[in-house]
Design a protein around this ligand. Structure first.
Ligand SMILES: [Fe+2]
Ligand SMILES: [Zn+2]
Length: 469
């Protein structure tokens, strides 16, 4: 694909735009003023063009924030007009996206309701602009309702034994705090519900992690996570009975969690092809677990594994702890990441939106995340390795430093989001992955502009850092 307008191409399968464009890792030597090489405007009537140059707009925004009467520095009123125009255009993007999101989430809720109840629901009969949360719809589902207790988590066979044990043993043996209503901290074992709700700060025992995790290459680790074997326990029978009683497709009860999640996404994508849901274009882009009401899976992974692992693996390399930040260093379980998004991406030798598989490969890119978890959900496939090309802003940037071939189903990879990575061609079959992006809005991103952030310039000299000037 050639260079394109990201917005105009938003409906292309796979999302179009940025992810389809090959990256230039090395700075190019093009000294032209605009990235498209068009020097015409530079020598034209006005050099100042915040619509064309994001940098001009950033200068204006920072200037207004820092100096009184900043706009007085512009040459004439027409320069202020062009700033106003540029900001209006951004604002209208915000408003357009907002209304699209409302429409889409309302539609998604109807789709999930249809999927679960298998009944014809009246479309848009009750659009409530403030209520798109469809997690309630899964409440009675025997496997995909959020587990509340440790027993339930084990019986649902979400986690592989080893993953369950590392979490359970660490949490049982360390002081994991539970917030009480009076806001006092109690020294009790948090429930799984506490963890999913973010009410307990989990610490994982580093000596357990050492056996549990495998370093694949510099800054990239893997660990077994979701069940990937056919259920065989006593609970298997009771689940089947439950399925039969509720007359939900009993076929599913013999699936492991990877299959269950993957299959659910594929079925939702297929159902979304019917006329009434076609406008949702579900399956054209990776499917966000929050929008289909399964955000508890993202939360469980985030609070139980990503957060605490990040403290051991990425606090230094990602500079999530600032050297003199005593409040962070003295806390037993510092909160280094405070935002997460989880979605399922599909790759296939034969990409097809009705099975939720958007791409055949993904060019080298960085994620908009501090730490990314990538868990292979299967099914059978060949190719589709995850290749790593070095951290952005380091000498290794752009060089192939290693790859994770044929990741095991149920095994997760965890890496820095700013580590360039790619997915090689899927040669046969379908390959799905649960991806969770996590960020530090409260610390790292509160003190760093997007450019410094992306290029890993964490030297307190960014204009967004409170210490600047
Ligand atoms: Fe990625
Ligand atoms: Zn900066």
């Amino acid at each position: 694909m050639t260079s394109m307008n990201v917005d105009a191409d938003i409906n292309v399968i796979g999302g179009g735009g940025i992810n389809e464009k090959p990256r230039l890792y090395k700075p190019n030597n093009d000294n032209s003023i605009n990235s498209d090489g068009d020097k015409g405007d530079y020598f034209g009537s006005s050099i100042w063009n915040p619509s064309k140059n994001v940098s001009h707009m950033l200068h204006a925004i920072v200037g207004i924030d820092r100096y009184p009467n900043y706009l007085n520095r512009l040459n004439d009123l027409s320069d202020i007009d062009s700033l106003e125009e540029a900001l209006e255009a951004r604002l209208s993007d915000v408003r357009r996206q907002r209304s699209e999101i409302i429409q889409r989430r309302a539609g998604m809720k109807q789709l999930v309701r249809r999927y679960i109840s298998n009944e014809r629901v009246e479309l848009y009969a009750e659009i409530d602009n403030n209520d798109f949360d469809c997690s309630e719809l899964w409440r009675d589902h025997p496997l995909l309702s959020p587990p509340t207790t440790w027993d339930e988590l084990r019986n649902k066979e979400v986690l592989l034994d080893q993953a369950f044990k590392v979490a359970f043993r660490s949490i049982a043996s360390t002081r994991n705090m539970r917030q009480t209503k009076s806001n006092k901290q109690m020294d009790v074992m948090p429930t799984v519900e506490d963890i999913i709700n973010g009410n307990a700060q989990v610490q994982l025992d580093p000596s357990l992690l050492e056996d549990y995790m495998n370093q694949e290459m510099f800054d990239v680790y893997s660990f077994p996570l979701f069940t990937n074997e056919v259920r065989s326990s006593y609970d298997f029978l009771s689940l089947i009975i439950e399925y039969l009683l509720r007359s939900i497709d009993a076929r599913k009860s013999c699936f492991q969690f990877c299959d269950l999640l993957r299959q659910t996404l594929v079925e939702l994508s297929t159902l979304a092809k019917s006329d009434e849901f076609a406008h949702l274009q579900l399956g054209r882009r990776p499917i966000d677990l929050d929008t289909i009401g399964l955000g508890w899976i993202t939360d469980l992974m985030f609070y139980m594994f990503i957060q605490p692992m990040t403290f051991h693996l990425f606090a230094k390399t990602e500079q999530l702890v600032v050297d003199d930040d005593k409040t962070v260093l003295e806390s037993a379980a510092p909160i280094l990441l405070d935002w997460r998004q989880g979605y399922v991406a599909g790759y296939s030798s034969n990409p097809n939106e009705s099975k939720g598989a958007q791409r055949q490969l993904l060019v080298p890119h960085t994620d908009d995340s501090e730490v990314t978890l990538n868990c292979c959900l299967g099914d059978a496939f060949e190719g589709g390795s995850v290749e790593f090309y070095g951290l952005r802003g380091t000498p290794e940037e752009g060089q192939l430093i290693g790859k994770v071939d044929r990741p095991n189903v149920g095994t997760a990879i965890i890496h820095s989001g700013r580590h360039l990575h790619a997915v090689s061609d899927v040669l046969s079959g379908d390959r799905y992955a649960l991806i969770i992006w996590s960020r530090s809005w409260g610390k790292l991103r509160a003190n760093t502009c997007p450019c410094c952030w992306l290029n890993r310039r964490h030297d307190l000299s960014c204009i967004c850092n409170k210490r600047w000037n």
